[in-house]
Write a protein that binds this ligand. Structure first.
Ligand SMILES: NC(=O)c1ccc[n+]([C@@H]2O[C@H](COP(=O)([O-])OP(=O)(O)OC[C@H]3O[C@@H](n4cnc5c(N)ncnc54)[C@H](O)[C@@H]3O)[C@@H](O)[C@H]2O)c1
Length: 457
């Protein structure tokens, strides 16, 4: 494909985007490499996986990008979101059940991936090889080795990659303020960081039922083992609602190790991320991960659940993680959702809604120096996490949630799960990124993909 045909296909898409006033603006390949400058020269996106978070990140992006296509393996979800996007941008996006269709489209600059976790790595890797920049939801990976693979492909392809840990950019900059407080010594030497990420509920036995007509169950499973679809009739209410409360599919996939890592990776990906950033532990890792107490909702043998009809991710836990500089990191299902930083001179608590404690009150009489937040962020804080991604696409610099620092903190979450599954503490070598002296535990660093869904990288 030449730059002129690419420009032409992009123009064709943009000519339809009358509602956003961007019609007729071409984006030559050379312009992209140099960074686009025209205020109307918006990048073209496609979202893959739309039901809950996919729509949230799409919605947050209308101000900055145009959506040429949407992909979902649930035709009802797809239909609803095509209508929503059309309402917002005045042009109907194309719709596909197969993500590879958007990877083939030369007019699409970037993909936003919000499928369940077990699909992230395969789609992200193929998207980068197809020349797309990638915004992929957290937790980025299902295993530690998937993280290494993504790093390799980012390096190889030079694509810009944002992970969806938006606490780094959003939440009224509370988490940035927390990191600035720590960095400016307002709690003295850090001794302990406690990440409260809440527990999960166990499930009743969930029976095999017919697959809903609108769902391509085999593709939803993708790289995961082939199993039957399960659900109970009771519906989930509130956040993420409108689907069965107990199932092995939409939203509930979080509770299954086959597709995700329970709360440890779901919320751990947010709060452990901020903890590691504050500790300056973004390119290293712990020396030991020790489960102090925990409950797995089903029986495990050799690290694997012995039944297939109930949620299997930990429901309660308290994990002790030995971080560099003698800092103790605790990840717990108890207490408030948020992060408590404790040091020799004081402590404070931060979550998405508040930042409280004496060091915060003291800011009134002793504010942080000007620019302290920007220093943490590495520049002016972007309007939101998508805006930061697009700034990265322009400058060809990695955005604020880069894959390297994300993988380092996610290693702690994955190791916590492995330690609970095997019922023992793990010693970790952060340089080799290996568990020390435990071949069984090391066998959990990767997983086999189902035949036909291997990653070609
Ligand atoms: N950043 C955040 O705060 C945040 C919040 C919620 C969810 N998430 C993340 O977003 C991801 C999705 O979570 P959710 O709650 O939206 O889940 P969900 O189950 O509600 O939605 C996932 C969607 O992906 C679709 N899908 C599955 N496989 C697909 C494939 N191969 N191709 C295209 N579509 C596919 C499903 O049909 C479904 O519509 C998870 O990784 C989750 O951790 C992040």
């Amino acid at each position: 494909m030449t730059s002129s045909t690419r420009t032409a296909s992009r123009r064709r898409f943009l000519q339809g985007v009358a509602a956003v006033g961007a019609a007729g603006v071409a984006w030559p390949l050379t312009g992209r490499a140099a960074g686009y400058r025209s205020p109307n020269d918006r990048p073209v996106f496609a979202t893959i996986g739309l039901r809950n978070q996919g729509w949230t990140i799409t919605q947050k992006s209308f101000k900055f990008a145009d959506f040429a296509a949407l992909v979902d393996v649930d035709s009802k979800v797809l239909g609803t979101n095509v209508d929503r996007v059309k309402d917002q941008q005045g042009r109907q996006p194309d719709s596909f059940a197969d993500y590879r269709k958007v990877l083939d489209r030369k007019d699409i600059d970037a993909v936003m991936i919000a499928t369940p976790d077990h699909w992230h790595t395969k789609i992200a890797v193929e998207a980068m090889y197809a020349g797309k920049d990638v915004y992929c939801e957290k937790p980025l990976t299902l295993t530690i080795d998937e993280g290494k693979l993504i790093e390799k492909v980012v390096k190889e392809t030079g694509r810009v990659f944002q992970v969806g840990t938006m606490q780094r950019t959003e939440s009224s900059q509370r988490f940035l303020q927390a990191i600035a407080l720590v960095r400016h010594g307002r709690i003295g030497t850090v001794k302990r960081v406690t990440c409260g990420i809440n527990g999960m509920s166990a499930s009743p036995v969930i029976p095999v039922v017919p697959v809903p007509e609108e769902l391509d169950w085999d593709t939803w499973l993708g790289p995961a083992p082939k199993v039957d679809y399960r659900a109970l009739p009771e519906m989930r209410q509130g956040y993420g609602g409108g689907v069965p409360l107990y199932s092995n599919c939409h939203y509930a996939f979080r509770n299954w190790h086959e597709y995700s890592g329970g709360k440890l990776t779901d919320w751990g990906a947010h709060h452990v991320d901020i903890a590691c950033w504050a500790l300056g532990a973004t390119d290293t890792g712990p020396s030991r991960v020790k489960p102090l107490e925990y409950t797995l909702p089903v029986e495990y043998k050799d690290g694997h659940p012995t039944v297939a009809d109930q949620y299997n991710a930990a429901t309660k836990f308290k994990i002790q993680v030995d971080m560099p500089n003698n800092v103790e990191l605790i990840i717990t299902s108890e207490g408030d959702n948020g992060i408590m930083f404790e040091g020799t001179k004081g402590r404070f608590f931060v979550n998405r809604g508040k930042i409280v404690g004496k060091p915060v009150e003291d800011l009134e009489s002793n504010p942080l120096p000007g620019g302290a937040i920007e220093e943490v962020y590495g520049g002016k804080v972007s309007e939101n996490h998508t805006a930061n991604f697009i700034e990265g696409m322009n400058s060809r610099q990695q955005p604020i949630s880069d894959v390297w620092s994300h993988n380092r903190m996610l290693e702690i979450c994955h190791l916590s799960n492995i330690a609970m599954r095997l019922d023992r503490e793990l010693r970790w070598d952060p340089a080799k990124r290996e568990i020390i002296g435990d071949s069984q535990a090391n066998s959990f660093l990767s997983r086999e993909s189902r035949k036909g869904y291997e990653i070609d990288a």
